[in-house]
Design a protein. Structure first.
Length: 251
């Protein structure tokens, strides 16, 4: 299978701080690839080097066989970890603005529907909830209908229901052939979405493999996932403690 992204022995330092050290990986076309690691592991730095917004101190990166800054911009979508849009623009106006940067963008209405903002599209971005703002950013990353989509912690600040909706959207994109490279703190999210997972810690790649194998090796316990239509209050009525987490309910 043809590689969409290849990194060979890339390193990046900020002064005396090592952000990445001899990282090598390859992402196949059509694959969902998850990069998992704690804060400060180097996940965002790696995405920046893979998208060409940052040059590594050592090593090389290719995207679709070319240096990333030579790839047609329509082919790559990027959801950064942070986003500071112009003030006093609505969700729709922001997506329309970014659609205007491309020759053949997706339908703005279609993108807003995909990210669940069709009823909040006229609300100013600054008045949206944190989760809704994140959905706007996802929509902007999708507006050019990219072949390769980079998502830096896409579900940060999104409630469990919104997270499930975004997971379904990512799965649908992958089913349509989009290559997805995402970062996350949560192994459960990687397990749900990814074909392969890379573990990054302190700038070094620990291991790359299938989610189930990495969970067995590094998961530290047994987890049972149950899908139910019961509400947390109904579960609590059975005398079971329920905790709301980033990825759902833990009992």
């Amino acid at each position: 299978m043809t590689a969409a992204v290849t990194a060979e022995d890339i390193s990046k330092r900020y002064g005396e701080t090592i952000a990445l050290e001899d990282v090598s990986l390859s992402v196949d076309s059509g694959e969902v690839f998850a990069l998992v690691g704690p804060n400060g592991a180097g996940k965002t730095t790696l995405i920046r080097t893979l998208t060409g917004t940052m040059t590594p101190d050592e090593g090389s990166v290719t995207v679709f066989g070319q240096p990333p800054n030579q790839v047609e911009r329509e082919r790559i979508g990027l959801l950064p970890q942070s986003f500071a849009p112009p003030e006093r623009l609505s969700a729709r106006e922001l997506v329309v603005y970014y659609a205007g940067l491309y020759d053949d963008p997706r339908s703005v209405d279609g993108v807003l529907t995909d990210v669940g903002l069709e009823t909040a599209d006229e609300t100013w971005y600054t008045n949206l909830s944190g989760g809704q703002q994140r959905r706007v950013c996802v929509g902007i990353a999708l507006i050019n209908d990219p072949d390769l989509l980079f998502l830096d912690e896409p579900t940060t600040g999104i409630d469990p229901a919104g997270r499930q909706s975004l997971w379904s959207l990512i799965t649908d994109l992958a089913d349509d052939g989009t290559t997805v490279f995402l970062t996350t703190h949560y192994m459960e999210e990687a397990e749900q979405l990814a074909d392969r997972v890379a573990l990054l810690d302190s700038g070094s790649l620990v291991e790359v493999g299938q989610p189930a194998g990495l969970i067995e090796t590094y998961g530290g316990g047994t987890h049972l996932r149950i899908e139910t239509d019961h509400s947390p209050h109904q579960i609590e009525s059975l005398g079971i403690d329920v905790e709301t987490t980033e990825t759902g309910l833990r009992i």
